[in-house]
Design a protein around this ligand. Structure first.
Ligand SMILES: Cc1cc2nc3c(=O)[nH]c(=O)nc-3n(C[C@H](O)[C@H](O)[C@H](O)COP(=O)(O)O)c2cc1C
Length: 253
């Protein structure tokens, strides 16, 4: 019997009945994907009723719905702007995510003005331009190759600065690994705030660095187009692509 064939009750806690609100997960097309149908189940346990436990369970289900089960990569955006307060909140949430040695190498450029967004469109691969032309916000997730200069402030207990400063290979690997993670924290923070998001790796990184990051010497890792969800529900994102089964992607040793 494979993992996806086992009854929900036999899965570990995080896969059990509290993963989605009724009807919400279907929006993410989970029922049709082998191995993911159990995530589309509505809450079933006794705690789903009243009281603090029930409230907590409903909140957990709502969190999982907006972060994972119902959320889809955006195929359109509302033209409503993403206000400066929301942008600051995005960073305030993302910066709480963990990084190795608290090195926090990610740097973010929030592209909101019409002229900067127009220049950004020119740096995208042609197949990506139409998808993000309406996005009111483009975020460049980048990294500071000299991130270690901030370590005396970020981690005063450990003398890590010179360790990274004297090893280019180590500092490059550390900057890339952790800025990618921090970009993912920002993606999930945006989802939690109700924003539609489209991460993008199809772009000309040297051009983006030249246009937007040259003064700071930061490097571009990937982009995230963001905006409030489109009011136009006539064209959705299409069926969700399959994911690897537990047996294909995981080892239990
Ligand atoms: C790092 C990264 C880069 C991506 N680059 C592109 C891209 O250049 N163009 C595009 O259309 N989608 C891009 N995507 C979107 C993925 O194809 C999409 O998130 C994935 O198929 C899952 O879709 P779902 O969230 O609707 O299930 C990218 C996603 C990630 C995480």
């Amino acid at each position: 019997m494979t993992y996806e064939q086992t009854p929900v009750s036999q899965h570990d806690n995080e896969h059990s009945s509290t993963l989605a609100l009724p009807g919400e997960a279907e929006k993410g097309n989970l029922s049709a994907i082998p191995g993911l149908a159990h995530l589309a189940s509505p809450p079933q346990s006794g705690a789903g009723g009243g009281g603090a436990a029930g409230q907590r369970e409903r909140q957990n289900a709502a969190d999982l719905t907006s972060l994972f089960t119902a959320h889809r990569t955006a195929s359109g955006f509302s033209s409503k702007p993403v206000e400066a307060g929301t942008i600051r909140r995005l960073y305030d949430l993302a910066r709480l995510g963990p990084t190795s040695g608290n090195c926090a190498p990610a740097r973010f450029a929030f592209i909101t003005s019409a002229s900067a967004r127009q220049r950004m469109l020119e740096a995208l691969s042609p197949g990506n331009r139409d998808k993000v032309a309406q996005a009111p916000l483009m975020v460049v997730v980048g990294q500071d190759p000299l991130f270690f200069d901030h370590l005396p402030k970020l981690n005063p207990q450990q003398p890590l600065r010179d360790w990274f400063a004297s090893d280019v290979g180590l500092s490059e690997e550390t900057a890339f690994r952790n800025s990618t993670l921090q970009g993912a924290y920002m993606l999930m923070a945006a989802r939690a705030l109700g924003l539609a998001t489209l991460p993008l790796s199809g772009f000309d990184a040297p051009l983006v660095e030249d246009m937007f990051l040259r003064e700071q010497g930061w490097q571009a890792n990937f982009l995230i187009a963001m905006g409030w969800p489109s009011e136009d529900t006539s064209s959705g994102p299409g069926p969700r692509l399959p994911r690897l089964l537990f047996e294909e992607a995981c080892l239990c040793l």
